[in-house]
Design a protein around this ligand. Structure first.
Ligand SMILES: Cc1cc2nc3c(=O)[nH]c(=O)nc-3n(C[C@H](O)[C@H](O)[C@H](O)COP(=O)(O)OP(=O)(O)OC[C@H]3O[C@@H](n4cnc5c(N)ncnc54)[C@H](O)[C@@H]3O)c2cc1C
Length: 334
């Protein structure tokens, strides 16, 4: 059995109190939300914070408001998010949240934790003795990236389901510290660096996610994983389109997850879609353009070439669904 290392648990009641603790303790402290990522990582000694700042007793982090736009508190659980009827207009996010891990984990896991999820790699997500046996890796305690041995950059992969969905929806995040609040577009929240993948400073708390009004938009999320009941994504495709009454696409955003160290928008997809209808030729051309941007490396599940091929398929499923086809039978296979 793997045991947690010693740590001090702090339980602030307000965001300001939490920000003060994080500022005072420095990088040795970390926010703790549902703990479904951080605590297993601590058991494997991948992350060893001395102080955990539990966010669960801060009521403001669980607020959920929808006016013209949607403001989701970072402490909202993924189960609550997936079940909320106000999410009907934000299909990609509801589907992504509903496909994270398993029901038990979604009851505990939060949106904030999902967006700040550590990057993953088959040479990193191992017990401490396993990692030490190969001399550790670039991301933790070593100096070699075992996936790309010549690389000076860690290629651990972003594995959040909600991140690409929210990037496609044009979301922004609010970051709170003792110095105040700043807002960042979610697509700029991530760096293409498996070790240092967030622009968030250690003293900042992600307090809320703002999603623009989705009036006139339809969005969806498709996920590749080995077991439909629990696994992390090895590819995530989120697509959102806005069409006029004739079906011509006025705006479109397609984002990929688990295809690099950060989730990212594919501008070539917007170029291929805007001004056209969702006919078969447009869908095929868009799928090819998106798949060309997916460059999976050999550090998660499945063969990389095949994962790239599946990107073509998932994009076309997503766009066919957005034009109104019922793909329920295909969806059940994922
Ligand atoms: C078996 C298993 C399967 C999983 N499958 C999936 C999957 O399919 N898809 C997926 O996306 N994830 C998956 N996960 C990972 C994890 O369960 C989810 O990503 C979850 O949403 C993490 O949220 P949490 O609240 O538990 O985060 P925590 O574990 O509490 O925190 C995760 C990280 O975020 C930081 N953090 C948390 N909240 C904040 C905040 N408000 N502000 C600043 N920093 C914060 C923490 O310091 C920590 O670094 C899986 C985990 C397990 C164990």
């Amino acid at each position: 059995m793997m045991r947690l290392p010693d740590f001090e648990l702090r339980r602030p009641r307000t965001l300001a109190e939490a920000a003060t603790i994080l500022a005072g303790e420095g990088p040795a402290a970390r926010p703790l939300a549902g703990g479904t990522d951080l605590l297993p990582n601590m058991k494997r000694r991948q992350q060893t914070p001395r102080v955990l700042v539990a966010l669960g007793e801060i009521p403001g982090l669980r607020t959920f408001t929808n006016g013209a736009a949607l403001a989701i508190g970072a402490g909202t659980t993924l189960a609550a998010l997936a079940a909320d009827t106000r999410m009907a207009q934000y299909g990609a996010l509801a589907q992504a949240a509903a496909r994270v891990a398993s029901p038990q984990l979604r009851n505990q896991a939060t949106l904030g934790g999902n967006l700040c999820l550590d990057t993953r790699c088959s040479y990193y997500d191992q017990s401490e003795p396993w990692r030490r046996a190969i001399g550790c890796c670039l991301k933790k305690d070593g100096d070699t990236c075992w996936v790309a041995t010549a690389s000076r950059r860690c290629v651990a992969v972003s594995s959040s389901d909600c991140a690409p969905a929210l990037v496609a929806l044009g979301a922004r995040v609010r970051l709170v510290s003792r110095e105040g609040t700043r807002e960042v577009a979610l697509e700029d929240f991530y760096r293409d660096d498996g070790m240092d993948h967030l622009v968030k400073r250690p003293d900042e708390i992600l307090s809320a996610v703002d999603v623009p009004d989705a009036q006139g938009w339809r969005s969806t999320y498709w996920k590749l994983r080995r077991r439909g009941a629990i696994d992390f994504p090895v590819l995530g495709v989120a697509a959102a389109v806005k069409r006029d009454t004739a079906g011509t696409i006025e705006a479109a955003r397609v984002a990929l997850g688990a295809a690099g160290s950060r989730p990212f928008l594919v501008p070539q997809a917007s170029e291929a879609l805007i001004g056209r209808t969702l006919d078969d030729a447009t869908i095929a051309a868009t799928a090819r353009r998106v798949a060309a941007r997916a460059k999976p490396v050999d550090n998660t599940d499945f063969e990389t070439r095949w994962r790239k091929d599946v990107a073509t398929q998932l994009v076309s499923y997503a766009l066919r669904e957005l034009r109104g086809e019922d793909l329920g039978a295909i969806r059940r296979r994922f």
